[in-house]
Design a protein around this ligand. Structure first.
Ligand SMILES: O=C(O)CCC(=O)C(=O)O
Length: 162
């Protein structure tokens, strides 16, 4: 089973963003919520980014992973802007691979992203290859709002205007 994705703010499909979900139902995507902007700023503040208060993500990819889902190594490079990506994990723990900016191979680092974890990649690592190797089923905390599986939300700045 592969990852299932919905978008907020802008709709993403490979290589481009649009306001309408042209390859799904043609409808305009839902707006980007203010609480997510605030969360993005908090994440950057915690990561020590001096421009955290100006960070204004305008799109989010919301991915659902079931127990067998994975995501191959890739770069997030369809945004015009190179402002940081903030990733929020909810539910089952994921084995996440964070690599280098040149290719999908070593050097990379594997670590677990647990429910509630925020992960920021910006600066020289903004274009680092990354992916999800596996989901650890049954590890979601009881109070996370998700009975099974994992949701990951990546907030980004598209750098696009209407
Ligand atoms: O699920 C994750 O932790 C990563 C998601 C991701 O790489 C993406 O949406 O581009």
């Amino acid at each position: 089973m592969s990852v299932r994705t919905v978008c907020l703010g802008w709709h993403w499909r490979p290589y481009r963003y649009s306001r309408d979900a042209v390859d799904v139902n043609g409808r305009r995507v839902l707006g980007f919520p203010d609480w997510m902007v605030r969360l993005g700023r908090q994440a950057l503040t915690a990561a020590g980014d001096p421009s955290a208060e100006r960070y204004t993500p305008d799109t989010a990819l919301v991915n659902y992973y079931d127990a067998g889902a994975r995501m191959g190594m890739h770069q997030d490079r369809d945004e015009v802007s190179r402002e940081p990506v903030v990733s929020l994990s909810i539910g089952d723990t994921a084995r996440f691979r964070f690599g280098n900016t040149e290719n999908r191979s070593r050097p990379y680092r594997d670590f677990d992203l647990e429910s509630g974890d925020l992960f920021v990649f910006g600066g020289p690592l903004r274009l680092a290859y990354h992916g999800v190797q596996r989901i650890h089923p049954g590890t979601a905390p009881d109070d996370c709002g998700l009975a099974a599986g994992r949701i990951n939300i990546t907030m980004r700045v598209t750098g696009l205007s209407e």
